[in-house]
Design a protein around this ligand. Structure first.
Ligand SMILES: O=c1ccn([C@@H]2O[C@H](COP(=O)(O)O)[C@@H](O)[C@H]2O)c(=O)[nH]1
Length: 570
């Protein structure tokens, strides 16, 4: 198992997100010194006394750590010894004491990972040596410390991180410093980004954690049994350090990095971070992927075991509240109070987010719009206005979430299509972002193809470009279906080359009839005529519900939407 798989497995098996830090501060070592018979030492004995003191200090450090480990291990997902306190023991005792402590951890039942807090960062060749020093490099003589994961500075870039998570260390993991818990973290890590990117430097780092994890997997694939599709996409190799002292940064980092990345949030206890706020901000939608490391808060307690249990319970209380709140928002149907509709409207979190950002981007507008059909619509959707990298990224994620939430996924958890087809023109870019998001978000590596409106008379010629679709199951991606003409053309085109259309994915289902005496909407008619599902990110009922639930919603707009729906809707 990889480092983060071990973290996840232990977290689940002991139902905890607590990481105990081992920071043997001098001020806490007093009770751990071995008793020495009092002797009257002369000046000649001073040098000898220094040596004895060094040894005694190292012994005190070991005892301090061992006592904490023995008391807290039932509640602890992983231990985080901070290398600084061991390095300060000097060349003779420092590393051997650290190794002794790490070995002590491994003597306890269960697989308890060791995260060495070293905050390294250097050019690649030096980073290789650091990686050997931190881990147990048996191939190079076995002189390493035997840690399973490390903390790293990301500021020197991917090549400084790579040796810790690839090659012979592909099963290790690293937390990269994103927004640290100290006040000075605002000096650099919170600086605003320039150019097209919004947010602060730490948000960029949060995004990089995902990117580098994928890069690590690409450059140094983990050996996974092909029979375990559930392990795809592979577990991340990088997590983030984001201080519990800044809940706002924690929620921004969580949003930037996504749900699979583990965040280490130091700062609870001696640094004043609030446990509850940190959990609410840093947990993912499932109420996990957050480790709360506490060092002095545990070591200075009169009963470290009891304190660890109390912290574990406190974190679990927060995660229960967070998980149930988020689950409810994401999965539970929202009952539409509209008596005319009279049915429940399901609103998943990806649907709410999609509506939110479509309105923000001006892609979805509320007002009064005359459509090509001559109808006056209270809303208008123009997917062509998703016109930035960030908007396309979010759009792709929304489509991918809708597809994975639909009948296009079989009982076996696999998608029912092999190729994503984007019909010219708008469908080309949509198909591309959807195909990339399916891979990024869900590890679904489908082929991608599109068509030209006019055949090329040079080069390879023809109107189809990209993955071969002959005898392949194909998903058609478009923005909206108005009359269904474009989708029917795609369907015929695919049929003519022996491809098998298995579904259509669109962004918005207007859920309206083409002509008033139709029993079905345009989307329903396409699904019926082609006998394939048409999946949409949202449909008109979700838009109506979104407007109704928005703080300060406009009753006038809602009334117009209702009227439009009752006149043209299905
Ligand atoms: O942003 C950071 C990164 C690392 N640390 C380390 O965590 C512990 C915190 O100790 P407490 O006693 O729980 O405050 C310590 O080893 C730091 O070096 C951090 O605090 N903040």
């Amino acid at each position: 198992m990889s480092f983060f798989e071990r973290i996840a497995a232990r977290s689940e098996s002991i139902n905890s997100l607590l990481c105990v830090g081992l920071d043997p501060h001098s001020s806490e070592l007093g009770p751990y010194y071995p008793q020495r018979p009092s002797s009257s030492s002369s000046r000649d004995d001073d040098a000898n006394d220094d040596i004895v003191e060094e040894e005694e200090r190292a012994e005190a450090v070991y005892r301090f750590c061992a006592r904490i480990i023995d008391a807290t291990h039932p509640h602890t997902v992983c231990y985080k010894p901070n290398a600084a306190f061991f390095e300060a023991l000097g060349h003779k005792h420092g590393m051997s004491t650290l190794r002794r402590v790490i070995e002590h951890i491994s003597r306890h039942d269960g697989d308890i990972p060791v995260l060495l807090d070293v905050k390294r960062g250097d050019i690649g060749t030096t980073a290789e040596a650091y990686a050997d020093a931190c881990y147990d490099d048996t191939s190079g003589g076995g002189g390493g410390l035997g840690a399973d994961g490390v903390t790293l500075s990301p500021l020197m870039g991917w090549d400084s991180v790579k040796p810790f998570v690839t090659g012979k260390y592909s099963n290790r993991g690293a937390f990269i410093l994103c927004k640290t818990s100290n006040p000075g973290s605002n000096d650099i890590l919170a600086l605003p980004l320039r150019g097209n990117e919004n947010g602060a430097l730490f948000e960029r780092i949060a995004r990089l954690a995902d990117e580098w994890s994928r890069r690590a997997e690409f450059e140094s694939p983990s050996s996974m049994p092909s029979s375990s599709p559930s392990s795809f996409p592979p577990p991340p190799r990088l997590g983030l350090v984001v201080g519990a002292t800044d809940p706002d940064a924690l929620s921004k980092a969580r949003r930037a990095t996504g749900d699979r990345t583990w965040i280490l949030a130091p700062g609870v206890g001696a640094q004043g971070g609030d446990l509850d706020d940190a959990c609410r901000a840093g947990l993912n939608d499932e109420g996990t992927c957050l480790l709360v490391p506490v060092s002095r808060g545990v070591s200075s307690a009169s009963d470290p075991g009891e304190e660890a249990r109390r912290l574990k319970d406190g974190i679990n209380a927060a995660r229960a509240a967070v998980a149930s709140g988020r689950r409810e928002r994401r999965r539970e149907p929202v009952v539409d109070s509209d008596a005319d509709a009279g049915s429940a409207v399901r609103m998943a979190s990806y649907q709410r987010e999609f509506l939110e950002f479509s309105l923000e981007e001006g892609v979805l507008k509320l007002g009064s719009f005359v459509l090509k059909s001559g109808r006056t619509s209270p809303y208008f959707f123009n997917a062509g206005l998703f016109s930035s990298g960030s908007a396309l990224h979010k759009l792709g994620k929304s489509y991918a979430a809708a597809i994975m939430d639909s009948e296009l996924v079989g009982e076996d958890g696999k998608v029912k299509f092999e190729v994503v087809f984007g019909p010219a023109y708008k469908g080309i870019s949509l198909g591309a972002v959807v195909c990339a998001a399916l891979y990024n978000e869900f590890g679904v590596d489908a082929g991608f193809a599109y068509n030209r409106k006019e055949a090329k008379d040079h080069g390879e010629g023809g109107i189809l470009v990209g993955a071969s679709m002959t005898n392949k199951r194909v998903l058609i991606v478009d923005d909206v279906i108005t009359a269904g003409t474009a989708i029917r053309e795609s369907y015929d085109l695919l049929g003519s080359i022996g491809a098998i259309p298995v579904g259509v994915a669109i962004a918005l289902d207007r859920a309206e009839k083409v002509s008033l005496d139709d029993p079905l909407s345009a989307v329903q008619a396409v699904a019926r005529d082609m006998s394939i599902p048409v999946v949409s990110i949202v449909a008109l009922p979700q838009l109506q519900e979104y407007i109704r639930l928005s703080p300060g919603y406009d009753e006038g707009v809602l009334k117009l939407v209702k009227e439009y729906r009752s006149k043209y809707g299905v």
